[in-house]
Design a protein around this ligand. Sequence first.
Ligand SMILES: [Fe+2]
Length: 201
Amino acid sequence: MSAGVESLLALLVSRGGGQYGYEPVSQLAHALQTASLAEAAGEGAPLVAAALLHDLGHLVEGSEVERLARGEDDHHELRALRLLKREFGAAVVEPVRLHVQAKRYLCAREPDYLAALSAASRASLAVQGGAMSADEAAAFIRLPQAEAALRLRRYDDCAKNPLAQSPDAGHFLPHLRQAQAETRTAATRPDSPSAQTGATS
Ligand SMILES: [Fe+2]
């Protein structure tokens, strides 16, 4: 197994004890619930991995609660992309990158979705740019991983139950390994020439 995949899981476990924004669950519990929902829905390893790691950006820099209190977006969906790109290809990285845009899309297209958002998620929507315009939504849904990002978003939104029982993090190591094997391209492998020269994919 790649030490990189293991280290991503270790990062989630070691730093995930803090509260998930204003929601009544920890960052780790939220991640495990999101991945469990994806697995239960029959998603493949790449989207289960994306679900598990989608909020890793909250754990690598800054504090979401403090930033939201200041009315700022922490752009957490972008903060961990460098780490994720070392291990995974687009089928994992893109749903993570797009999961905030997916919320903005769903708010524009589905009035019931907006109404069902938690108070905390509505608060963060405001600083994330609000519902998409018609043009933004039309451009978003044409992206190759848009549908996967929308599914991830729906698992994300349902993964805030303080009473939910989830597997522990180790349950998802095989999913991470499989997702890596399925999605990682030669250009991103550590022993490839482009990786050795620091080139990005
Ligand atoms: Fe989330």
